[in-house]
Ligand binder design. Structure first.
Ligand code: HEC
Length: 147
């Protein structure tokens, strides 16, 4: 292989690696959100009175929200604006500080609720504030009809 061919081969490898890296970030952040969905389902059932209150499950969901969102905000490299059917809004890259503030609010509401919730009454009082973050963040920072 001559030098030019070698360079071409190396640069193609770099392109493939970058494409893979962005797809990986998209997959990782969507997995975290899927886990949020899974953690929220039993909690909503409890709020609606469709499942008995269970403090351990509620606290586990609140802890998972906090660790998940801390990683989530790190998974938006420039090369992951599009592709792999991401629903992330381009606004995330235009106003990263605003996006991070929304994530911080979610984490801090989850933390506050984790300290406040000790029984069913405190759960019913504190949990809705945490869950409002899901919809309000999606409204601003997620596009609905993404490919
Ligand atoms: C700080 C903003 C933010 C918060 C808070 C947030 N989300 Fe998300 N969520 C997003 C973004 C952005 C996406 C799109 C990610 C992508 O497609 O790259 C998303 C995607 C999702 C998805 C789709 C995942 C998939 O399969 O592609 C689900 C489900 C979800 N969120 C559930 C939740 C739930 C439940 C909560 C609250 C407990 C929550 N989210 C809180 C920003 C947020």
């Amino acid at each position: 292989m001559n030098a030019n061919r070698l360079l071409l081969a190396l640069s193609l490898t770099a392109v493939v690696t970058v494409a893979f890296a962005s797809t990986e970030s998209i997959g990782d952040r969507q997995r975290i959100m899927k886990a949020n969905g899974a953690a929220t389902k039993p909690v909503v059932a409890m709020l609606k009175g469709e499942a008995p209150f269970d403090l351990a499950t509620v606290q586990k969901s609140l802890a998972d929200y906090q660790t998940g969102i801390a990683t989530f905000v790190t998974l938006f490299p420039d090369d992951s604006k599009s592709g792999a059917k991401t629903a992330a809004s381009p606004k995330i890259w235009d106003d990263t500080a605003g996006f991070k503030a929304a994530a911080d609010k979610f984490a801090s509401d989850a933390k506050t609720a984790a300290s406040a919730i000790t029984d069913e009454a405190s759960f019913k009082a504190a949990m809705p504030t945490v869950l409002k973050n899901c919809g309000s963040c999606h409204e601003t920072w997620r596009v609905k009809d993404a490919q």
